[in-house]
Ligand binder design. Sequence first.
Ligand code: TXA
Ligand code: MG
Length: 327
Amino acid sequence: MTCVTQVVSAGPSELSRAAEVIRAGGLVAFPTETVYGLGANAFDAAAVARVFEAKGRPATNPVIVHVSKVEQVDDIASGLPAIARRLAERFWPGPLTLVLPRGPRIPDIVAAGGPTVAVRLPAHPVARALLDASGVPLAGPSANRSTCLSPTRAEHVLRGLSGRIDMVIDAGPCPGGIESTVIDVTTSPPTLLRPGLLPLATIQEVVGDVTSRPTVASPVARSPGQMTRHYSPLTPIEFAPDDGRRRVVELIDQGLRVGWLAFEGSQIAGLSSAAIESMPDEPASYAARMYDALHRLDLAGVDRIVVALPPEGDAWLAIHDRLGRMG
Ligand code: TXA
Ligand code: MG
């Protein structure tokens, strides 16, 4: 499958062209407050099949459906349990995805044949404008090739999907930088399927107990976002138990070109041959920059990326989750 991928701005005429592409069964990558998504009409099984093909995504991994109004959930899910209603009222629009009982209009391919469907009402004004202009819910996985780094800029989308999708709406970097939190509300208590931009503690303030592991035998079948290798750079990556400097020096001495995902304030003197990204030590700021920094290191032509391991603690849960799948 090849096509010319148009890059457009988020002006009114570009958005109406993008909406036409969606209605005609095409693929449009769009910004959200988390990462760029790859949009297709969620009611159009053939369009969603193109999403899977463009991403190289296994058919066993269901996609999130995006809406711009809570009322639209009625077209997608066969009910909004009370706990889901509370979560939606409190956190939508925003970086929370709810797994709900699947409604009859959702094609098999969206739900990977399963009984549930994941729904999110994003906050990003361009995502909402595209949804409103299209008039249909958008199936929207992250706009990257399967298992690769997620995109937080239009350039990242093109890196993986140029020539495979019809259009990218470039509205600059995504502010959040890491994917939404996925909560299954068909279980009691609800189950955290993927930690993300909305902290678990904030969700627990509203619904109390949340199970952190799936209650079914196979986590992979339950939410393939929990697959082990995912979200990865192409360059081999390793994690240092400390700030990473010792390992960087060791690898340079072995003759390797090294990229270092370091923390601000690390001792970088004498490492002019390394490609260094200095990360903030506050988790939300780190998340906002993580994929972008890793894309840059990946493009720097290094042989190895060394990551200084972030601190433990709930606030770093989503970051540990993503880094933990990159090795
Ligand atoms: O922030 C985000 O969530 C971004 C933006 C574009 O909205 N989207 C995103 O989509 O990250 P994707 O497809 O890359 O990740 C969706 C996650 C996967 O872990 C998938 O397995 C899970 O949600 N998921 C989707 N539908 C599901 C379902 N019915 N049951 C369980 N997990 C589901
Ligand atoms: Mg993804």
